[in-house]
Design a protein around this ligand. Structure first.
Ligand SMILES: NC(=O)c1ccc[n+]([C@@H]2O[C@H](COP(=O)([O-])OP(=O)(O)OC[C@H]3O[C@@H](n4cnc5c(N)ncnc54)[C@H](OP(=O)(O)O)[C@@H]3O)[C@@H](O)[C@H]2O)c1
Length: 272
């Protein structure tokens, strides 16, 4: 990865942090996307102390203004983007709104991913061999796109919002691959992993998760593989469960839904 520039969102903890560590060790220049600049800077310091190349990019993927600022700064400072890892994600117990008024899970896990990819697409297109890794989840299998209530104003549950957002990530990745064959894009379930994402659970369940699930370094393995392998370009638009290229849920294979979601996202992001 020497000479490659990689941007990872949500690189301050869990799978994103371990992916950043692993890719920096492989020689990449790693841009740490962090909503908390203090924690982001401490990741950068850690990597630099090991002689690796890293820098901070402050970005809140739930805020379209923050995404726009971060993408502009990135493009001003970097002539290339080899890998965009859209990793930042949440499960939110209670329904709340992003700074732009979108339901927070939808804004963070889906709209932010789309907005950042759109903003950096010219740079990705200008970088030979670039690719996008969208961190999805096997939770998409229980997801349903609620076309009449995408932001779940009714019957909200944290899991319902999460599963829908990850199904949307898979559909959008599939449609992106059709529309942009020159930039491979993959959706990946990193495995069920012990990270802060489970802080939404009651404390006894969090303790159990910490004991039984594998550590974040294991969740980074499939992401690093998709970020670095040369033999997967023909799998653009596919869903990976860990290292395996597998069929996602049937709902993630509906081309009409993929197009509809694409159009919805274009409208939602150009309306602001
Ligand atoms: N852990 C699992 O079992 C599992 C399974 C399937 C998929 N995933 C996916 O893996 C990805 C990484 O999650 P994780 O498990 O590593 O959880 P995590 O430890 O909670 O890490 C999530 C990262 O996303 C960042 N983030 C959250 N909201 C953000 C925002 N608005 N703007 C910028 N960054 C934001 C967090 O920043 P802070 O540090 O500031 O909170 C953190 O760095 C997520 O997309 C998740 O859905 C995880």
């Amino acid at each position: 990865m020497t000479g490659a520039t990689v941007l990872i969102t949500g690189a301050t903890s869990g799978i994103g942090l371990e992916s950043a560590r692993a890719l920096a060790t492989l020689g990449a220049h790693v841009v740490i996307g962090a909503r908390d600049p203090v924690r982001g800077a401490s990741v950068v310091d850690e990597l630099r102390a090991r002689g690796e190349r890293a820098e901070l990019l402050e970005i809140d993927v739930a805020s379209l203004a923050s995404i726009e600022r971060a993408a502009a700064r990135f493009a001003a400072d970097h002539p290339r983007l080899d890998v965009l890892v859209n990793n930042a994600g949440i499960i939110a117990g209670k329904r709340s709104l992003s700074p732009d008024g979108h339901e927070l899970t939808w804004a963070t896990n889906f709209l932010g991913l789309v907005a950042l990819t759109r903003a950096l697409l010219p740079l990705l297109q200008a970088t030979p061999g670039s690719r996008i890794v969208n961190v999805s989840s096997s939770a998409h299998r229980s997801g349903r796109i609620a076309w009449d209530d995408l932001e779940l104003e009714n019957r909200y549950s944290g899991w319902r919002a999460y599963a829908q957002s990850k199904l949307a990530v898979n559909l959008w990745t599939r449609e992106f691959a059709t529309r942009h064959p020159n930039v491979p894009a993959y959706a990946v379930h990193p495995g069920a992993i012990a990270t802060n994402i489970w802080r939404v659970l009651p404390s006894f369940a969090q303790a159990l998760v910490a004991r039984v699930l594998p550590p974040a370094s294991k969740g980074a393995i499939p992401i690093v593989r998709l970020a670095t392998s040369d033999d997967i370009a023909s799998s653009s638009g596919h869903y990976f469960d860990g290292l395996r290229d597998v069929a996602p849920a049937p709902a993630a294979l509906r081309d009409d839904d993929a197009k509809r979601l694409w159009d919805y996202a274009e409208d939602a992001l150009t309306a602001v």
